[in-house]
Write a protein that binds this ligand. Structure first.
Ligand code: NAD
Ligand code: UDP
Length: 336
């Protein structure tokens, strides 16, 4: 059984490749290394003792994708490839629409041509916008605050239309909450280029001394300690959810969305304290202004994924922080 993983050298993709290879799947990766390096895939192979096929290819490159499908019998696709920086997307919306939406359309067209109609798509909790919490899959989506979020919403809608036009497709939309943590080997983890936008890589770089100070975005929200609440999930738990989703789509047709989160909300200060405990490091931080577009609090109702995918998150916040720190400590200059 061969799974094509687009964006497989990235943070979530690489952890998913580890789980797929360990689970006995053959894996082909397509990545243009825009936000990753090929060495990540060497490390995936080192962790698993197995090899994968790699294609240095952009998903917008139709000829390149056709080569992948003609050289392999792809049974299903897990589609991670995309740009994900919320702030950047407000400055460069066309880049985001072109890369994420046009790229996805090319991928879906090539899949159709090669009669591969099974896909797991990386969506995001951001599609829920300003809904009451906890978020549930049947809520109205699309009231999103950034071009990035809109790309996720639009791609979900496109996949919905594809299914309506051809019921032979089998589509799983995984709405991720906030992935943090790293593989416990310390070989792969979140390794963004430049100054991180997300909380955990920022904290890790402050702890290792690469950045001077963390700014907590807002201390005056109507939450238990004034800082924002999010649902953090260990990246290995998230990766395993993809295997559950693949098992399901290989077996059925249809389109379903699933929340992949722990169902528990932690504040930014909770995360700082948990990280300090896990790392034994005192974090230098200040409370600053709110970040534009941030919602005060959201977390998942993940019971649908628990029941229908038979997926359950295993790891707690201590393990998430310990593994993030272990990765940062072992790779002070990132993965080269
Ligand atoms: P990442 O940037 O680490 O991985 C994405 C990978 O896709 C990178 O290796 C990048 O080089 C590749 N890529 C980007 N554009 C490409 C293109 N046109 N052709 C081929 N490869 C391309 O990001 P991640 O955190 O692993 O996220 C994976 C997916 O999950 C993304 O679609 C992201 O939007 C989504 N997601 C992430 C989060 C999060 O917090 N990390 C939350 C919700 C959803
Ligand atoms: N955050 C912060 N300082 C940072 C980065 C993030 O206080 O340097 C906060 C942010 O306001 C949010 C939480 O940490 O409440 C998680 O932010 P992240 O960007 O990781 O995820 P998202 O906001 O997209 O859920």
């Amino acid at each position: 059984m061969t799974i094509l993983v687009t964006g497989g050298a990235g943070y979530i993709g690489s952890h998913t490749c580890v789980e797929l290879l360990s689970g006995g799947y053959d894996v082909a990766v397509v990545d243009n290394y825009y936000n990753s390096v090929p060495a990540v895939l060497d490390r995936v192979e080192k962790i698993t003792g197995k090899t994968l096929k790699r294609y240095d290819c952009d998903i917008r490159d139709r000829g390149g994708l056709e080569r992948v499908f003609s050289e392999n019998k792809i049974d299903a696709v897990i589609h991670f490839a995309g740009l994900k920086a919320v702030g950047e997307s407000t400055k460069l919306p066309l880049l985001y629409y072109e890369n994420n939406i046009s790229g996805s359309v090319v991928l879906f067209e090539v899949m159709e041509k090669y009669d591969c109609k099974k896909i797991v798509f990386s969506s995001s909790a951001t599609v829920y916008g300003n809904n009451p919490i906890p978020y549930k899959e049947d809520m109205v989506t699309g009231d999103v605050s950034s071009p990035y979020g809109r790309t996720k919403h639009f791609i979900e809608q496109i996949l919905g239309d594809i299914y309506k036009s051809d019921n032979g497709w089998s589509i799983s939309l995984l709405r991720y909450f906030n992935p943090i943590g790293a593989h416990e080997s310390g070989l792969i983890g979140e390794d963004p280029n430049g100054i991180p936008n997300n909380l955990m890589p920022y904290i890790s770089r402050v702890a290792i001394g690469k950045l001077p100070q963390l700014t907590v975005f807002g201390g005056d929200y109507d939450t238990k300690d004034g800082t924002c609440i999010r649902d953090y999930i260990h990246v290995v738990d998230l990766a395993k959810a993809h295997l559950c989703a693949v098992a399901k789509i290989l077996d059925t047709t249809g389109i379903e969305a699933y929340n992949i989160g722990n169902g528990v909300g932690y504040s930014v200060l909770d995360i700082i304290r948990a990280f300090e405990k896990a790392s034994g490091k005192k974090l230098n931080y200040v409370i600053g202004d709110r970040r534009e577009g941030d919602l005060p609090a959201f977390y998942a109702d993940a019971t649908k994924a628990n029941k229908e995918l038979n997926w359950h998150a295993e790891y707690d916040i201590e393990k998430m922080c310990a593994d993030s720190w272990n990765f940062q400590k072992n790779n002070p200059d990132g993965i080269k």
